[in-house]
Design a binder for this molecule. Structure first.
Ligand code: SF4
Length: 415
């Protein structure tokens, strides 16, 4: 994840009334051989891991979805575009998917390191049930290598460091009737926690939800059956097949489009932009509501021409109605040589987006300018929603429409 607001989300547990999250000091990414695949990641493999380490740390050995068995005990993970080829004991750069004896295993099924009750505005999702609570979770791990990661204390952890034990222990003490052991939080228990805390949705968030795909998918199926919405907060680095399966159960997504150049993605994220653009197009095809977040980093992706090209692409390929959130960067992780994004830069990005025809443009992570996160009707220009931080102060939308001119407001609103 790229946004400080997502980072801040890790220290709140609003409706639960107790802190249930954990994060600790990140360790350096372990060195390993480069993975081989169509988009071989510059991010190195996670450090090798043994079955004994997995058992000692109380990790999951559930078989992963989406992989090929190859000769000589190798496997090729097909979950994300890196398509890592792994030998016995190796794991991907995500650090949470490992090959043991020719079977790919997910190490983090049922092993959350963060459980929190957040305003949905924190994801950010501004056009989905405004003012509602999203029960939010994450495991450790991420498949990208963003040097500016705003959640690096969690995303860069290795699962065998065991932080999930603290989280699960806290959840067990707080909700002993729901989280009945200190070993895991099952998908059914996550749904029960969401119900117990009055959440309208479950958000798979904070780190990169794609890398705990199986945990997310199974939880999303159960949540859907109970009428609880599912929110995927993501870098969008997921292959089309698992993505289309996920789309059957996801109601809304916030996708980080971190920049609009291959060079930026390669240099700053150790990844490629094209799969992210493809994800946005697939979400649209599948009818999943989404909002886009662009973290604006000084001297990295703040070139007005790059921003304009990105906005043109959004309007041409996706249309003008998906909200675009420009977010302020704060120095973090390995990118500490530059200041937070100037407000003037963010405002210029917003102007460009509006000039290119995007209807809903927001500027976030700027506490001194809360009015930049209000929603206006694109037709009559009247105020529809006034926000203060993550709080909704005024909401005039009626039955999903502007009450003044009857123009539908795109998104998911109570009927
Ligand atoms: S999910 Fe992990 S193991 Fe699988 S391809 Fe992506 S980085 Fe590699």
């Amino acid at each position: 994840m790229t946004m400080a607001r997502k980072d801040m989300a890790l220290i709140s547990l609003v409706a639960l009334g107790a802190l249930l999250m954990f994060a600790s000091s990140a360790k350096q990414i372990g060195a390993g051989r480069a993975a081989v695949g169509p988009l071989a990641p510059a991010k190195p493999l996670g450090p090798p891991i043994t079955l004994e380490q997995v058992k000692d740390a109380g990790l999951s050995l559930r078989e992963a979805m989406y992989y090929d068995k190859l000769p000589d005990g190798l496997v090729r993970c097909r979950l994300c575009p890196s398509e890592c080829i792994l030998a016995h004991g190796q794991r991907g750069p995500c650090k949470v998917r490992a090959n043991f004896n020719g079977t790919l295993r997910t190490l983090v099924f049922g092993r959350p390191v963060a459980l929190a009750s957040d305003p949905i505005e924190k994801k950010p999702l501004f056009h989905v049930l405004p003012g509602s609570i999203a029960f939010s979770l994450s495991t450790v791990g991420c498949n990208l290598g963003c040097i500016f990661c705003q959640n690096w204390e969690t995303s860069q952890l290795a699962p065998e460091e065991g932080q999930h034990r603290l989280m699960i222990g806290a959840a067990h003490r707080r909700f002993p009737d729901i989280v009945t052991s200190t070993d895991e939080v099952t998908p059914a228990q996550l749904v029960a926690l969401a119900e117990a805390t009055g959440a309208s949705s479950i958000a798979y968030t904070y780190t990169e939800a794609s890398i705990y795909y199986e945990y997310m998918l199974e939880t999303a199926k159960l949540a859907r059956a109970k009428g609880i919405k599912n929110l995927w907060v993501t870098c969008g680095y997921l292959n089309p097949k698992p993505l289309r399966e996920l789309c059957k159960y996801i109601d809304a997504a916030n996708v980080d489009l971190k920049g609009y150049s291959e060079e930026f993605y390669q240099t700053y994220c150790k990844a490629s932009v094209e799969p992210v653009l493809r994800t946005l197009k697939v979400l649209k095809e599948e009818g999943v509501w989404f909002e886009i977040t662009n973290l604006v980093i000084p001297d990295a992706n703040d070139d007005p021409e790059m921003v304009r090209k990105m906005c043109k692409w959004i309007v041409k390929e996706l249309g003008p109605d998906y909200p675009l959130h420009f977010s302020r960067f704060y120095p973090a992780y390995r990118l500490t040589d530059r200041p937070p994004t100037p407000l003037a830069t963010l405002k210029r990005c917003g102007e460009i987006a509006r000039e290119e025809g995007i209807h809903f443009v927001y500027i976030g992570n700027v506490p001194e300018a809360p009015d930049l996160e209000n929603t206006f009707c694109p037709n009559c220009k009247k105020l529809l929603i006034r926000r203060r931080g993550f709080r909704v102060d005024e909401n005039y939308i009626k039955n999903g429409k502007c009450p003044y001119c009857n123009t539908p407001t795109p998104g998911i609103f109570p009927k």
